[in-house]
Unconditional design. Structure first.
Length: 84
C-alpha cells in the first residue's frame, strides 16, 4: 500500500448538515489495515462549504480558515512526530 506507514488525517465534507461523518468513520475503521498512524483529534466534519471559495479558489470564510489552519498545524506536528 502506498499509505503503509504514512501518517493519515481525515477531513470530511458534505453538502448536508452532518458533514460526511459516516464517510470519515468508515475510513477510520478500514485505514488501520492499510495505513500508518491516524490523527484522532481534532476531527473535522465540514458542511455547506460550497460558497466558502471565490471563483479563483480562494477561501473566503474566515471562520473556516481558522478551523482549517488549526487542523493543518496539528497535522503537521503529527506528521513530524511520526516520520519514518
Amino acid at each position: 500500500s502506498s499509505f503503509n506507514g504514512k501518517p493519515v488525517g481525515i477531513v470530511a465534507n458534505s453538502p448536508g448538515p452532518l458533514g460526511g461523518i459516516g464517510a470519515a468513520l468508515h475510513l477510520k475503521a478500514i485505514l488501520p489495515g492499510i495505513s500508518g498512524p491516524i490523527l484522532q483529534q481534532p476531527e473535522i466534519y465540514l458542511n455547506n462549504v460550497g460558497d466558502a471559495f471565490d471563483d479563483k479558489g480562494n477561501l473566503t470564510k474566515e471562520a473556516l480558515e481558522k478551523v482549517l489552519k488549526h487542523y493543518i498545524d496539528v497535522f503537521a506536528a503529527f506528521v513530524a512526530k511520526h516520520k519514518a
